[in-house]
Design a protein around this ligand. Structure first.
Ligand SMILES: Cc1cc2nc3c(=O)[nH]c(=O)nc-3n(C[C@H](O)[C@H](O)[C@H](O)COP(=O)(O)OP(=O)(O)OC[C@H]3O[C@@H](n4cnc5c(N)ncnc54)[C@H](O)[C@@H]3O)c2cc1C
Length: 464
């Protein structure tokens, strides 16, 4: 399949497994329809079975689409992209990115972006409770732990600008001095902010969503990449039809929904300049006694040296395993390690990124340094996944310019768990004839021609 370093590739054919995948190998639909030919036609073709594709399908059915009218194509195992490879955080940005969003997208959009993230967390919480989804969802709080004065100043400035713009701060707590160190249990903490957030087992969530639609009659074809799309000669002046070619046949459809995130440019070359695949890395860590039993970390954390140099920490409630996310940029690691992050290849991980993540964690929690650990404690597993960066830090949602019937929900900037639960339902509304206002999403998320044109001229900065 796709070649390394090619921004428009398909997912690699030999991915490694994440902790989430290792613990869900008995999912009955993991390799469903892996050898079956695809149907010759379908009303709807959803490409990608991650949380975007799975939730969009779920919402289309909720919106009245007959489940049998939806085919989902997945290049590899079910939900084997970033949705089953992330760091498990459902963590809204409460204010931090505001000053950058404001510069790039203006005050109104910046306020809407932050409000949307809060809404996503509330929606995930509500959805999981309503449907009794077994995905280890743990609604709690999170700390932005400022480990340097420089970042403490940045965050203070963001909060100031957000407040001045009229942003909602009622749910954010601030700590400094001794209290900040006590709350976070980290001696180096300069300041800390706390707000509601959570964590989940993302593969279980994606698999639950897929199961609902499959059980109702939708067909998921795994190991079946959509390789190319062309306009069907059977299109008429009233209706554009598309032919989606896969290794197991061609499907003709009027409606294609691209939920391929980092891989969107393969089928949509017009997005190649705006959706950039980046490799992200995460780790599962078995805690020593200082962080197990009654000592588990009740809140999740982002250990922050600067805006882009940060490490996520989420300790799982069911088993105490700590999930550690690695930073995208980092002044301490070699150019070679940074370059490895440009590979759209999730078959392996980078040793230097792993060592740096563990060293940072041990510097915050000295009980977790290698010499303090007993056999069986410490690093359990490392893995990577491919995220989709966009120049303005927000996703593409909506119909693609000049492509009647082709829709997109992609470009989540390594932050999809805090966005997809409003974007996918919003996209389903649009596909079913709703207006942008019906989606409730920030206007800057829409995949309009004007946005693509604007991005071609460059943007002022990014949040991730
Ligand atoms: C290591 C890591 C840590 C992360 N941590 C967090 C976090 O803590 N919090 C957070 O909010 N976000 C996090 N993310 C990002 C988050 O996982 C993503 O934003 C989210 O999962 C995107 O979901 P998706 O469904 O859009 O894409 P994906 O889950 O990537 O799904 C896209 C699917 O499309 C398939 N596909 C691609 N091309 C084709 C094709 N041509 N034909 C058929 N199928 C195709 C892929 O195989 C894949 O299954 C992290 C990501 C990684 C990798």
């Amino acid at each position: 399949m796709g070649s390394l370093g090619n921004k428009s590739s398909l997912p690699v054919a030999n991915p490694g497994l994440s902790f989430w995948q290792q613990t869900t190998r008995s999912f009955p639909y993991l390799n469903v329809n892996r050898s079956e030919p695809v149907p010759k036609k379908s009303e709807y073709v959803v490409i990608g079975s991650g949380i975007s594709g799975a939730l969009t399908t779920f919402e289309l059915i909720e919106g009245g689409v007959s489940p049998e009218d939806i085919v989902i194509l997945e290049a590899r195992e079910a939900a084997s992209g970033a949705s089953s490879r992330n760091a498990g955080h459902v963590r809204p940005d409460a204010f931090r990115g505001f000053q950058v969003y404001q510069k790039v997208l203006g005050k109104e959009q910046a306020l809407k972006i932050i409000a949307n993230e809060k809404l996503v967390f509330e929606k995930v919480d509500e959805f999981v409770k309503k449907h009794n989804v077994e995905c280890d969802f743990n609604p709690t709080t999170t700390f932005d732990v400022c480990l340097t004065q420089e970042f403490a100043d940045f965050n203070a400035q963001s909060l100031k600008e957000y407040k001045e713009a009229g942003g909602d701060t009622g749910h954010i707590k601030f700590y400094e001095g001794k209290e900040a160190k006590q709350k976070t249990r980290i001696a180096q903490t300069v300041t800390a902010y706390e707000w509601p957030a959570g964590s989940s087992h993302p593969a279980k969530l994606a698999q639950w969503l897929l199961t609902q639609s499959i059980n109702k009659g939708s067909a998921l074809f795994t190991h079946c990449p959509a390789m190319s799309i062309k306009k069907s000669p059977r299109s008429s002046s009233e209706e554009t039809l598309w032919e989606v070619t896969t290794p197991r046949g061609t499907i003709t459809t009027s409606t294609i929904i691209h939920c391929t995130n980092a891989f969107a440019p393969h089928l949509l070359p017009q997005l190649a300049a705006f959706v950039t695949p980046n490799r992200a890395q995460a780790h599962a860590f078995v805690p020593p006694s200082a962080l197990n039993g009654a000592n588990v970390l009740p809140s999740t954390m982002s250990l922050r040296h600067s805006l882009k140099h940060f490490y996520s920490v989420a300790q799982r409630k069911p088993d105490g395993v700590i999930i550690l996310g690695a930073p995208r940029t980092n002044p301490n690691i070699s150019q070679a390690a940074l370059d490895s992050r440009l590979l759209p290849d999730d078959s392996a991980f980078n040793d230097e990124v792993r060592d740096d993540t563990l060293a940072n964690f041990a510097s915050c929690f000295p009980e977790c340094s290698p010499k303090q650990l007993n056999h069986g404690e410490g690093l359990w597993h490392s893995w990577t996944g491919i995220i989709a960066m966009t120049p303005d830090s927000v996703p593409f949602v909506g119909q693609l310019p000049d492509m009647q019937g082709q829709w997109v929900c992609a470009g989540f900037n390594g932050h999809g768990m805090a966005r997809i639960f409003t974007c996918a339902p919003g996209l389903a509304k649009l596909v079913l004839g709703g207006t942008w206002a019906d989606t409730g999403l920030p206007e800057c998320f829409e995949s309009t021609e004007a946005r693509l044109e604007g991005l071609s001229n460059g943007v002022a900065g990014s949040v991730f």
